[in-house]
Design a protein around this ligand. Structure first.
Ligand SMILES: Nc1ncnc2c1ncn2[C@@H]1O[C@H](COP(=O)(O)OP(=O)(O)O)[C@@H](O)[C@H]1O
Ligand SMILES: [Mg+2]
Length: 482
């Protein structure tokens, strides 16, 4: 069947927030694993599909009752004041997050409950009314009250057998009580939830924490501690619920680069067992594009139907030419395809397909997009990374030697850039801006990039490097003549 790209205005928006992603959502293995409750921490680079999954669970079809907790615009500064000074630096925010998680579960449970006379339903409801005016406080209000009131007919949290009448959330520096009081309150909220859920066979309930990176600035130490606190709190709540067979699970979605910077004692354990890394392959990305074509054009349409068949330079297929310029992330592929589509739509052809020159002409626009994406990822870790990219540009060719980089980079490096040339190379590698040449068997060599070859690891002794192809146009580089 012949098709024409005339009928296609776009391959979709590059951000799941603005994309009609649920119309053509691809349920990958990762989705199945979250569905089976095998992971509570989901890691992925920017554009890897975290928000898409959250939207699938919270707005699409799913067996669980899911609620998205979008931390864009979250009052981090207020939360930062709710610090538990009695605990270690890492524990400082665990009790406040546990409380927030418990309150969100309680709010969902109360929404579903149909037995208002049940004593736990009454107690929880009055706790909500006393403190928030209703059972659905907005996320940013959960920790806002200066004091949480616990009236006689509401919950009855106790510490060492003594009931507490309230919890002061606003504390002076010498006050060490917040953690234990808030934990007692959280326990009594969760126990009420367990009882209601068991009594009415409700659930399962899943909370999805997304957009934890929003508004993040360079070296935000407090924010790091708060992220660790959330991860530990989610792990603890998950564990406590599993122990009593309560169907309640918090899931945290986090950008890989932020996770890589966190340091805390249980990190390895969590990273190895309960963590899911969003990874895409040639095949899964093609399936993602085909799904979009099917929905947007016609059920019989797939990638081969919308491209003109001739190969590109080096006998490369168009698909491989595009993929080689991405970090294997859906957002990159969609962005490249949209740029190619607008190139092709400038031609008057009645029956429109993507040609080799559409793809070549799209590279300029795509390359600027990729640089901006990298800014979002790298700037919080390294505000002056542009100087390293300029050093690459100055060398002209896409491949370069360590010595040349040192010279060009150190020549541009300003006093407020603390990253030395060798560390700069390591950081560029970490974000897959560059790969290094590695000897492979039979006397040959290959390029090792972090995103294609995560187990290769960085080689401090590497001498030869290559800039990622997606940056070639932005950095005005040319391929080396052999
Ligand atoms: N499983 C999927 N099925 C269909 N489209 C997806 C899927 N995952 C990601 N996408 C698309 O890829 C783009 C980037 O995904 P997004 O969820 O915004 O990434 P992240 O939140 O990790 O930055 C969006 O356009 C989104 O619709
Ligand atoms: Mg997102």
């Amino acid at each position: 069947m012949t098709t024409s790209l005339r009928n296609l205005t776009s391959f979709g928006d590059v951000a799941a927030e603005d994309d009609a992603v649920l119309d053509y959502f691809l349920a990958t293995d990762a989705v199945a694993q979250i569905e089976r409750k095998q992971a509570f921490l989901v890691l992925g680079r920017k554009g890897a599909g975290k928000t898409a999954i959250v939207r699938h669970f919270t707005e699409g079809m799913s067996e669980s009752r899911s609620r998205p907790l979008n931390l864009r615009g979250y009052p981090w500064a207020i939360h930062a004041q709710r610090i538990d000074r009695g605990g270690s630096e890492v524990e400082a925010y665990v009790s406040s997050w546990r409380y927030l998680i418990a309150l969100e579960f309680a709010s969902m449970v109360l929404e579903d409950s149909e037995r208002p006379q049940h004593d736990k339903v009454e107690a929880l409801t009055s706790f909500f009314k006393d403190n928030y005016g209703g059972i659905n406080p907005s996320l940013s209000d959960v920790l806002r009250p200066k004091r949480l009131r616990i009236s006689k007919f509401s919950l009855q949290p106790t510490i060492l057998g003594n009931s507490i009448g309230g919890v002061e959330l606003e504390r002076g520096p010498g006050d060490l009580q917040l953690g234990s009081e808030l934990n007692a309150l959280t326990t009594s909220i969760m126990e009420s939830c367990y009882a209601i859920v068991a009594n009415e066979s409700l659930g399962p309930y899943v909370l999805h924490f997304d957009e934890l990176d929003q508004g993040l600035s360079a070296s935000d130490h407090t924010r790091e501690k708060m992220l660790i606190g959330l991860i530990i709190a989610a792990r603890d709540v998950r564990r406590e619920c599993a122990k009593v067979n309560a169907p309640m699970i918090p899931v945290v979605y986090l950008r890989t680069d932020l996770w890589d910077d966190l340091e805390f004692s249980d990190k390895n354990k969590i990273g190895q067992t309960l963590t899911l890394r969003l990874e895409w392959t040639n095949e899964s990305l093609l399936a993602l594009v085909n799904e979009r074509l099917k929905v947007k054009l016609a059920p019989s349409i797939h990638w081969e139907s919308i491209v003109e068949p001739s190969l590109m330079r080096g006998s490369q297929t168009k698909w491989n030419h595009i993929l080689a310029r991405t970090f294997l992330r859906p957002r990159d592929v969609i962005s490249f395809l949209n740029a190619s589509l607008s190139e092709s739509r400038m031609r008057p052809d009645e029956i429109l397909v993507l040609s080799n020159s559409d793809i070549i002409n799209a590279r300029e626009q795509y390359s600027s997009y990729l640089k901006e994406e990298l800014d979002d990822e790298i700037l919080p870790h390294w505000p002056k990374w542009e100087q390293a990219l300029q050093a690459c540009s100055a060398m002209n060719t896409i491949t370069f030697d360590r010595e040349d980089f040192r010279r060009e980079y150190e020549g541009r490096r300003t006093k407020d850039n603390p990253v030395g040339a060798d560390d700069a190379l390591a950081l560029l590698y970490r974000f897959s801006v560059i790969g290094y040449s590695r000897r492979s068997g039979y006397g040959g060599s290959s390029w090792a990039f972090q995103y294609t070859d995560p187990q290769a690891g960085w080689d401090n002794a590497a001498t030869r490097f290559k800039v990622h192809l997606g940056l070639k146009e932005y950095a005005k580089l040319r391929e080396e003549r052999i």
